[in-house]
Ligand binder design. Structure first.
Ligand SMILES: [Zn+2]
Length: 140
């Protein structure tokens, strides 16, 4: 579940969106979690999940590094998320652990997100807070 940052040209805010998959992030149009506008520009400079600057991130950005990721397989997605977490060395918080644990149990990502409203709660706390430092945060 990649997280990208966008600038919303309607409300002039920087917002973050959590996508179910890399394919969705590429193919679906983003909607602002704050105002609902669709006039968004993705900030290519930073993917929040991969925000560390060191060179290992280049390896992760390499499509080959994602070769074993099956976005339709929750367990594969969980493995990938754990790998990314260990590469970044960051504490991604209890929500991350819960999401990954449930993926490993075979739950559908969409079901998990619906059952965890804090993922989309926006300001303060939750995964949004830990990733984005308080930007408006949405789940696509
Ligand atoms: Zn907006």
């Amino acid at each position: 579940m990649p997280i990208y940052e966008y600038t919303c040209h309607d409300c002039k805010r920087r917002v973050s969106l959590l996508w179910r998959s890399f394919a969705d992030a590429e193919e679906r149009s983003a909607a602002c979690p704050r105002c609902g506008g669709t006039n968004l520009t993705r900030l290519m400079s930073r993917v929040a999940v991969l925000r560390s600057e060191d060179s290992r991130m280049d390896d992760l950005a390499d499509p080959n590094a994602m070769g074993d990721l099956d976005e339709n397989d929750p367990k594969s997605l969980a493995r990938f998320m754990r790998k990314m977490a260990s590469e970044t060395g960051e504490d991604l918080g209890p929500e991350f652990d819960e999401v990954v644990g449930r993926l490993e149990a075979g739950e559908d990502p969409e079901t998990i997100e619906k059952s965890m409203p804090e993922l989309a709660a926006g300001e303060g706390g939750g995964m949004g807070g830990s990733f984005t430092g308080g930007d408006d945060f949405g789940v696509m």
